[in-house]
Design a protein around this ligand. Structure first.
Ligand code: SF4
Ligand code: SF4
Length: 369
């Protein structure tokens, strides 16, 4: 079988290596398709522009991280008549049962065929818990500022139900935090998430620290039953036990993705108190649409900003959080979730090494002063 890989970046490279390692006998990459096409090949495989591809019957596997871009690319592929479109899932584990590359490593986009902007939503993420067992400097969810004692376990159930009533045509749905495995009833959250978003790529996003010893079998089984992925953010403490984390997941036959230590070594302290800071502008949460307490926002930084403002007596602009009931169509929702909000002027690229924050919270651990 031949495939096109759409995207000659990190995801495309990951797919190329995976095919060579596990599917070399059955899959050949006809070419990479890339919008920039500023290089001629990836190894022995040519890189071409979409306009150069004439075959419409060869599967196209979109190998890209940002679901908002996947949305645009899929719309373009459909408009040009490509019928067999898949999304590469970037799993690290070997497959647990027989099957080919498309079935085991990719998500079939057949339920997300309509190219109209108003047909489906690229990505939604929501907190299973707000607090965390790590205290990372520059956490964009400000999880260290939340306490276990104020946690309401029903929030996520209400939010998922309300959002699904608006639309359950969501390509990627993240259950995250904070640290989601701190919840005793995460199995129920995952089950409910699957019921409400039956067609979505469902992912539990974690720092992984509780997986080797603390997560009950019933929670792992619920993840398997829901066909959900686990995405491990490999911070320094995670990296130290990554073999134990992946072994437990593999023993349970859970598919997982690793956002590697190299990516996580450096953190970006994104919010500057001053809008005219000398650091270059950067959005690190483009498309990370957040759902919380009946509201949505285009990124977590603004959703939880009230907590940051309150903790350090700041007045950063909180506009850009909308009640779900404000939206009358998916098209309107998708458009609003790409609009610039006042906080965007404060988002900068200030790289710091990953470190735990101070025990007594300091403003400088969260913002550029
Ligand atoms: S593990 Fe994630 S949620 Fe927890 S403090 Fe670190 S960045 Fe924030
Ligand atoms: S406030 Fe704007 S620039 Fe900053 S992370 Fe959110 S969407 Fe990106």
């Amino acid at each position: 079988m031949e495939v096109y890989l759409y995207g000659a970046g990190d995801y495309g490279h990951h797919a190329q290596k995976k095919i060579a390692r596990l599917y070399g006998d059955t899959v050949q990459i006809r070419a990479f398709i890339d919008r920039a096409a500023d290089r001629r090949s990836m190894g022995a495989v040519p890189v071409v522009r979409l306009e150069e591809v004439v075959e419409r019957d060869i599967p196209v596997v979109v190998a890209m991280g940002f679901n908002r871009v996947v949305h645009e690319v899929c719309a373009e592929l459909r408009q040009r008549g490509f019928q067999r479109v898949y999304k590469y899932l970037c799993k690290e584990n070997a497959p647990y049962s027989a099957g080919g590359f498309l079935e085991k490593e990719c998500f079939d986009m057949k339920d997300f065929t309509n190219p109209r902007r108003g047909d489906w939503i690229p990505h939604i993420e929501t907190h299973a818990v707000d607090y965390c067992n790590l205290n990372c400097k520059a956490c964009t969810h400000y999880a260290p500022l939340f306490k276990e004692s104020e946690f309401d376990p029903d929030t996520i159930y209400r939010d998922m139900e309300q959002f699904a009533a608006f639309s359950n045509r969501v390509l990627s749905f993240y259950i995250m935090g904070g640290e989601p495995f701190l919840r005793e009833d995460l199995d129920e959250v995952v089950r409910r998430g699957r019921e409400l978003f039956p067609k979505s790529i469902l992912t539990v996003v974690t720092n992984g620290l509780l997986i080797p010893e603390r997560v009950p079998e019933r929670v792992l089984q619920a993840i398997v039953d829901a066909g959900a992925l686990v995405s491990i953010s490999e911070y320094k403490p995670t990296e130290k036990i990554i073999d134990r984390i992946t072994k437990r997941l593999e023993d349970a036959h859970i598919d997982y993705v690793i956002r590697s230590a190299e990516d996580k070594e450096n953190f970006i302290k994104t919010i500057s108190i001053a809008a005219d800071s000398p650091y270059p502008s950067l959005c690190i949460s483009n498309g990370c649409v957040n759902l919380y307490r009946g509201h949505v926002s285009r990124c977590p930084s603004v959703m939880y900003l009230g907590r940051l403002n309150e903790a350090f007596s700041l007045e950063l602009p909180t506009e850009g959080v909308y009640p779900i009931g404000d939206f009358s169509s998916v098209e309107e929702f998708n458009a609003r979730m790409t609009e610039t909000i006042p906080l965007c002027a404060h988002c900068k690229n200030c790289q710091i090494a990953w470190e735990p924050g101070a025990d007594v919270h300091r403003r400088g651990d969260f913002v550029i002063e």
